[in-house]
Design a protein around this ligand. Structure first.
Ligand code: FUL
Length: 522
């Protein structure tokens, strides 16, 4: 079959280069998907219709590809959340919007300490709650008084966002911003969910005595009153604090009564973000990254990055099934979602969880154990998701010492779980659907890490890993999806010189980017 052979030739070239980590193989695709793969260009989002046959759905899924920004995001693997704001001082998880800004007194704020701890924990990006549901803003916004500027902390001159962004960049950590769509303070001021119609707004909307003199980009965008408020805040955050790498929109409504519905101006928000920071991912209530569906940090055993989505109000994409669906993108899910799905889209999973029970700091809570964090790592990064671990700063404005220690221990543990790759530089041979590595001598292995080259989409639906011993191949592990990262833990170490991965089912010929073997040192 032509497609298969072409990929196989490419595979051979990769093997000759003996990169050790860039392997390729032609897997036995199911006949229907392989035969149908042809003219259509692969893309990030492919329309589906109720008339598509199950085979057509699978063929379309096989043609979905990530964008460059999604590829860069997926490679981060470990990302961090920092929930910090008035709740840190009131002890609440969801604020009220009418708290006195004076409660915000992080007298020892040291964002370099945050950055060092996250860097030493192996984190590549950190997302700060610039605004949580209470509407209190961690920088001096021109569009609300519910901000750090209304606190006597630093005589009203404090700016946590500036400090955070500068520290993260100094320590090589990318900058993300959580800006809650729900805003209790704006609700109390009659702006959020006030029933205003969408109309054209000039963004940034000039304020009295506006201090912005340089002429940055200007927008005319449709929005409600509150939508324009969000646009103005996004504009401030995305133009005054250096390059932002992720904008995180939560889906929760806080305490705002459920019948007070603000129809968010997603299309306008996304347009502003894409124009101001084209490389930034827009996460969760956004087109680039999807919420995994729980707040425990665990992806599904078989996690797909190609999933059926529905187009909702004002250009928002949403999952076509429910977020707790056990299968997000397998063949059955593609069919089950068909009556309501508009597209199949590359929408990879982000698994969020807090190191403590709450998202905000509470003195009576303790960080999770190294073992719990390790299980979470294998359950997220090991299952084709990116981990988003929350580490909440305390009332001094510091990450608690116990959490700092735990982050370092966590990184050390992962380093010991996946030490030297025993397959690096090994002799590699391929045959259709199989890659074999010869380690040159018998080695003991108990961790296996595999990855598809996601530039070619996500194709693998089933694979086995086998070790050659006693004159025959023995199955040591088997799993369904593979995706950007799959880590398999063997219950007992296996000794063998030759190891192979065999793809047993795939949507179209797959290409492996990694086949690594480890003996943990724990
Ligand atoms: C949720 C919010 O309601 C929580 O407070 C927290 O921010 C979490 C990450 O998302 O939906």
């Amino acid at each position: 079959m032509a497609v298969s052979r072409r990929l196989f030739v490419t595979a051979a070239a990769a093997v000759v280069a003996s990169s050790g980590t860039s392997l390729a193989l032609a897997a036995p695709a199911s006949a229907s998907s392989a035969a149908a793969f042809s003219a259509e260009e692969p893309q990030y989002r492919i329309p589906v219709s109720p008339d598509d046959t199950p085979e057509e759905l699978v063929r379309k899924a096989s043609q979905v590809r990530p964008t460059e920004r999604q590829i860069a995001w997926q490679a981060l693997e470990r990302t961090a959340f920092l929930h910090f704001g008035v709740n840190t001082f009131t002890g609440l998880e969801w604020g009220t919007g009418d708290e006195d800004p004076e409660v915000f007194q992080p007298v020892g704020l040291d964002t370099d300490q945050w950055a060092r701890a996250l860097r030493d924990g192996g984190f590549k990006l950190a997302i700060l709650t610039v605004k949580h549901h209470d509407g209190f803003v961690l920088y001096p916004s021109r569009y609300t008084n519910h901000t750090v500027a209304s606190s006597s902390w630093h005589d009203g001159q404090g700016d946590v966002l500036r400090s955070f962004a500068d520290s993260m960049r100094r320590h090589g950590i990318k900058v993300g911003v959580y800006i809650s769509p729900a805003d209790e303070n704006q609700y109390l001021h009659g702006v959020y969910a006030n029933g205003s119609a969408r109309s054209e707004h000039t963004i940034p909307t000039p304020v009295e005595n506006d201090d912005r003199t340089d002429s940055g980009p200007q927008f005319t965008l449709p929005a409600t009153d509150y939508g324009a408020h969000m646009l103005n805040q996004l504009y401030e955050v995305l133009t005054e604090y250096g390059p932002v790498d992720e904008v995180w929109f939560d889906g929760a409504q806080g305490h705002i009564p459920p019948d007070k519905v603000e129809k968010y101006d997603w299309d306008s928000w996304y347009e502003l973000i894409r124009t101001l920071v084209p490389d930034a991912t827009i996460a969760v209530s956004g087109p680039d990254v999807r919420w995994v569906g729980n707040e425990g940090g665990f992806a599904r055993e078989n996690e797909w990055s190609v999933v059926p989505v529905q187009e909702k109000d004002n250009g928002r994409m949403d999952f076509a099934l429910s977020y707790d669906a056990p299968d997000m993108g397998g063949r059955d899910a593609l069919v089950a979602a068909q009556p309501v799905a508009d597209y199949l889209q590359w929408w990879p999973a982000e698994a969020d969880v807090s190191i403590r029970d709450g998202w905000f700091y509470h003195a009576d809570q303790r960080p999770k154990s190294v073992q719990q964090l390790t299980d979470i790592y294998f359950g997220s990064v090991g299952r084709n998701a990116v981990l988003l671990l929350n580490v909440p700063p305390d009332m001094d404005g510091l990450l608690p010492a116990a959490d700092v220690t735990r982050l370092r221990e966590f990184r050390e543990r992962i380093d010991h779980e996946l030490p030297e790759d025993l397959a690096r530089g090994a002799r590699v041979t391929t045959s259709p659907g199989t890659i074999t590595v010869d380690l040159g001598r018998t080695r003991e292995v108990n961790r296996i890490r595999l990855a598809e080259d996601i530039r070619q989409g996500q194709q693998v639906e089933g694979f086995v890993v086998e070790a050659y011993s006693g004159g025959s191949w023995t199955r040591v592990a088997e799993a369904g999806t593979l995706g950007a990262s799959r880590i398999l833990l063997l219950p007992t170490p296996v000794r063998a010189q030759r190891w192979r991965v065999r793809v047993t089912r795939s949507r179209r010929p797959a290409r492996l980017a990694q086949f690594a073997l480890y003996r943990s040192q724990t």
